[in-house]
Design a protein around this ligand. Structure first.
Ligand code: 4NP
Length: 162
């Protein structure tokens, strides 16, 4: 069975999406599912290209034993967008930017990270680049990402053998 390709996207790829990538990789590894997933992250801008995660994001990730070694910000490519099964974005600006890069038929792959959280489905993941509240970002991701993983596992089971 093919790997499920998950791409996290934010504006700079130094705060929210690298944190999401690292947290999701850890959750997947803890369930023994690493071989079933291809997980990465990218930016809608080239502002931070080549940079490692923001010091505040690194500090927050260190607190939770999250690995971000080797991560460098890069602008998303159309190839990455096309290869992804799930493009999980942090806010509606990300959605608007990415929608311009995708053919209409591919738009259903574009998601807001919080859309799976009951009662919070339209919320943006707060951008700590502006707020410096990196733990708020972590908490929102900790609330939404397990729900995404459950959804993806269910989808993999449904498609198994088909
Ligand atoms: P991120 O945060 O999108 O969560 O990585 C930001 C990083 C950089 C900028 C804005 C937000 N910037 O304008 O350079």
């Amino acid at each position: 069975m093919q790997k499920t390709n998950v791409l996290f996207v934010c504006l700079g790829n130094i705060c929210r999406s690298p944190m999401a990538e690292s947290m999701f990789k850890k959750m997947v590894a803890e369930k023994g599912l690493t071989q079933d997933f291809q997980i990465s992250s990218a930016a809608t801008s080239s502002e931070e290209e080549g940079n490692q995660p923001h010091p505040g994001a690194r500090k927050e990730m260190d607190l939770h034993n999250l690995d971000y070694s080797g991560h460098r910000s890069h602008p998303v490519t159309t190839g990455e967008l096309q290869a992804a099964d799930y493009i999980i974005t942090m806010d509606n600006y990300n959605i608007q930017d990415l929608a311009k890069m995708l053919p209409k038929t591919e738009l259903p792959k574009l998601h807001l990270c919080m859309e799976v959280v009951p009662g919070k489905s339209t919320q943006a993941i707060v951008d700590p680049w502006y707020t410096h509240r990196f733990n708020d970002t972590y908490q929102m991701l900790a609330e939404s990402l397990p729900l995404w993983l459950t959804k993806m596992e269910e989808s993999r089971k449904d498609h198994h053998g088909k």
